[in-house]
Write a protein that binds this ligand. Structure first.
Ligand SMILES: *Cc1c(COP(=O)(O)O)cnc(C)c1O
Length: 454
């Protein structure tokens, strides 16, 4: 084998000291969040009623390219990071490709994904500010799990509104959250006004992420010393996830790896935005010509088929208006979609970069995603998360192109998590019951009709 080790681990000393703030280097900034009542940009004061104050400062920071990671967060990061950058020698061999393939694996911590990078930061700041309780929503459960781990470490109470179908279908996720001390409430619930309203209108509903967000927000607003935290989409979450990109950049510099293509999966955009951050900064500055690809499910195609518009972040239409690629807050992916990445919207930073032509977006159907996931598991050993397998699938496509064209490109993709909690999706792939559903233009129109006209 070549002189690049199979697993590249940075030392504890090399752990990044700074997050990389993409907004400080973007030529044009995303449009500001708007207060839906006044249609004026949200002020810091308004947001601080819901979010921790330091996070709001970070949300508005478009000035500092590097933001220091406080020692109290580095404390936590030392427990779970650095994560390895792995040279996919076995995948290369299986594909018989001249391409060099690497993946940054964020699934080595117990919660199983990159979400812990932002959970730790958000809980740390809450603690610093004297907050005693946090609320959040979780769909598939990765965010709730990550947050419960961080809350246990920093000793803060946590209430998780978990989409009801997920709580029923994923009892193990719920058990892990409870093991770390988090309280799980299946949503919609009778603990909030919006929950009671939704239950009265649709008694049998299995809930949705947007509805769980509405419940968590309402509880945060009504509970003393309580704030709401969100696991993706917002600028400060992307900032925290830039630790992935910074570690990748340092590892690349150490071994003189020069990526031609960087690929990530996109749900709300945080792991992709974090992975590409320093590389995209250099691209904007004209220092590289990396081809970035964001990959989403064909059944929830926010970037490839969505609209770039102001929209609500939740079904209950209670959040500020966010300018983003969206399918409409009323959009629901078809029930047979098992592969995660089901959010209707997209990070405003990722949306703006996409709108301005800085990267390519592709969509893939879930049976192809699982085909790639199974092939990867069998040769590289790791059982990948379905979400991450979207990026993996396109990395394989690109590596095959290299073989056909005799090109020796260097490809890096984000393997954002493990698939240990997605066994039911693997079961449905293995027993042949998994199918694809690509929404028709008519389906999408129904979602677009829920986008506010402003
Ligand atoms: C949540 C999640 C995603 C999607 O969220 P982003 O904010 O787009 O990163 C991707 N992969 C895994 C493993 C996840 O848990």
């Amino acid at each position: 084998m070549a002189n690049i080790p199979y697993k590249i681990y940075l030392t504890e000393k090399e752990l990044p000291q700074y997050w990389y703030n993409l907004k400080a280097v973007m030529k044009e900034l995303p449009d500001p969040m708007l207060n839906p009542a006044t249609l004026k940009p949200c002020t810091k004061e308004e947001l601080k009623q819901v979010f921790c104050s330091e996070l709001v400062e970070q949300e508005f920071n478009a000035k500092d390219k590097y933001i220091e990671i406080p020692e109290g967060i580095r404390d936590f990061y030392r427990m779970i990071r650095p994560s390895p950058l792995i040279r996919a020698y076995y995948l290369e061999r299986m594909l018989n490709t001249p391409a060099e393939i690497y993946y940054k694996f964020e699934g080595t911590n117990t919660s199983g994904s990159h979400k812990l990078n932002s959970a730790a930061a958000q809980v740390f700041y809450a603690k610093e500010e004297g907050i005693t309780t946090l609320t959040t929503e979780t769909g598939a459960g990765q965010w709730g799990t990550a947050l419960s781990m961080a809350c246990a470490f920093y000793n803060i109470d946590l209430t998780v509104y978990m989409v009801k179908v997920s709580a029923e279908q994923k009892p193990y996720r719920k058990a892990v959250i409870e093991t770390y001390g988090g309280k799980v409430i299946p949503s919609p619930s009778d603990t909030t006004e919006i929950g009671r309203k939704i239950l009265a209108e649709n008694p049998g509903t299995g809930g949705s992420l947007g509805c769980a967000i509405s419940e968590a927000l309402e509880t945060a607003a009504k509970t003393e010393n309580c704030r709401y935290v969100l696991g993706s989409v917002l600028d400060h979450v992307l900032l925290h996830q830039s630790i992935i990109g910074e570690e990748t950049r340092i590892a690349c510099e150490k071994y003189d790896i020069k990526p031609d293509i960087i690929i990530g999966s996109v749900g709300g955009g945080s792991n992709f935005g974090g992975l590409i951050a320093p590389f995209m900064g250099d691209k904007i500055a004209g220092k590289n010509n990396i081809h970035f690809i964001g990959v989403e499910p064909a059944s929830c195609p926010s970037l490839t088929r969505g609209r770039y518009a102001y929209d609500f972040g939740d079904t209950g239409k209670t959040t500020p208006l966010i300018k983003m690629y969206t399918l409409g807050s009323g959009f629901m992916p078809s029930p047979n979609h098992a592969g995660g990445l089901r959010y209707h919207g997209m990070s405003p930073i990722v949306s703006k970069l996409y709108h301005d032509g800085y990267f390519e977006a592709r969509s893939v159907e879930q049976t192809r995603v699982f085909e790639a996931a199974v092939a990867f598991a069998r040769c590289e050993g790791i059982l990948p998360a379905p979400e991450s397998s979207h990026a993996l699938c396109v990395a394989i496509d690109e590596a095959i192109k290299c073989r056909e064209r005799g090109e020796k490109k260097t490809i890096i993709f984000g393997l954002s998590g493990t698939g240990y909690f997605d066994i039911s999706a693997y079961m449905s792939y293995n027993n042949g019951s998994m199918s694809d559903y690509v929404p028709t233009d008519e389906d999408l129109e129904k979602g677009f009709a829920t986008i506010p006209r402003i």
